[in-house]
Write a protein that binds this ligand. Structure first.
Ligand code: AMP
Ligand code: MG
Length: 311
């Protein structure tokens, strides 16, 4: 997943202690299914397949993530779109170099980035059909959250009730911190070169995932290209949002919505949360460091710790 992880968990006397190898085996298994950075993964095999008559056998990881991605795709009217693969690669955020497509190429890539090209047949064991040879999936915006949940569930299966799992900034918290208090997590300021906290939140049996465009971007001819793609326009999405953090019971859902909200922009995302039952969220918008603005949805303000410097 191109990032680091950290797992903290409590063990009862005589309880099972998962080893680092146990955790990494679980992560390895997930990557073999969902990573677009592994040529041999299931998703890469599906993406490179040009035979639209094939029925691709899928595993449980793939099925769970595909179904969750579809739900968020529908709820956000395509702001979250796991079929953005062709666009992500063209803009240089997959394994490829940027190609800087012109408007005609973007129009063509848009037709290829069609989630409707993927269809699961449940009639026997689930298989995936790809109706368009060029269509490609990209689960990068949801797979980390899924992996966090899977590690959490693995811990729960050994009897752990107090734990914090974090992969690349996406977290799932259950139970209590070793000091017998609620787990606390810092949300970073959207700064490119430094790591500083904007605010600290308390996590009571919830998950938190963030998405931002302040580090993952490149400049070309003075223009900024960010890794969040608007699946409607086909272009990298730049609006006033610099980062979004989303709260949900499971980390997979939080991860997908955080990316969707970056695409939707502050107003639309906040509307979606407050008026249409979307997950609680915290938005950082603006431009220069001195002018960061923060907006917490009603549900999110409840978990903000009052003292911003408290760790
Ligand atoms: P995240 O860091 O979770 O926001 O995921 C960002 C990654 O998801 C990008 O680097 C792309 O690989 C992919 N991506 C970009 N735009 C979208 C989108 N609109 N919907 C789904 N995935 C996207
Ligand atoms: Mg995400």
């Amino acid at each position: 997943m191109g990032t680091t992880y950290r797992v903290t968990f409590g063990v009862r006397p005589g309880g099972i202690v998962l080893s680092q190898a146990d955790l990494e085996y679980a992560l390895f298994d997930i990557n073999q299914s969902l990573s677009t950075y592994l040529e041999t993964s299931l998703i890469s095999e599906i993406n490179s397949s040009r035979d639209t008559s094939l029925a691709h056998r899928i595993d449980q990881h793939f099925l769970t993530v595909f179904e969750a991605a579809k739900e968020v795709y529908e709820a956000t009217q395509g702001a979250f779109n796991p079929a953005v693969g062709p666009l992500v690669r063209a803009w240089g955020f997959g394994a490829d170099e940027p190609r800087n497509p012109d408007s005609a190429q973007v129009a063509m890539l848009l037709t290829q980035s069609d989630f409707a090209a993927f269809h699961i047949d449940y009639s026997e064991r689930p298989v995936l059909h790809k109706r368009m040879a060029e269509a490609e999936l990209d689960f990068s915006a949801i797979a980390k959250g899924y992996a966090v949940d899977e590690i959490g569930l693995l811990l729960e299966s050994t009897g752990a009730v107090n734990y914090l799992v974090e992969i690349g900034g996406e977290v799932r918290a259950r139970g209590r911190h070793p000091e017998d208090r609620t787990w606390r997590i810092g949300i970073e300021k959207p700064l490119e070169a430094r790591r500083e906290l904007q605010v600290v939140v308390e996590l009571n049996d919830v998950s938190l995932a963030s998405s931002g465009n302040y580090r993952n971007y490149y400049l070309r001819n003075g223009q900024k290209f960010v890794h969040i793609i608007n699946p409607v326009t086909g272009y990298p999405e730049i609006n006033s949002l610099l980062s979004v953090s989303v709260l949900a019971p499971d980390c997979m859902t939080a991860d997908a919505y955080a990316t969707a909200f970056m695409v939707m922009g502050l107003e639309r995302a906040l509307d979606f949360v407050e008026l249409h039952g979307g997950p609680a969220a915290y938005f950082i918008s603006g431009g220069e460091e001195s002018a960061f603005e923060t907006t917490a949805s009603a549900g999110f303000s409840e978990i903000l710790l009052p003292d911003e410097n408290e760790k």
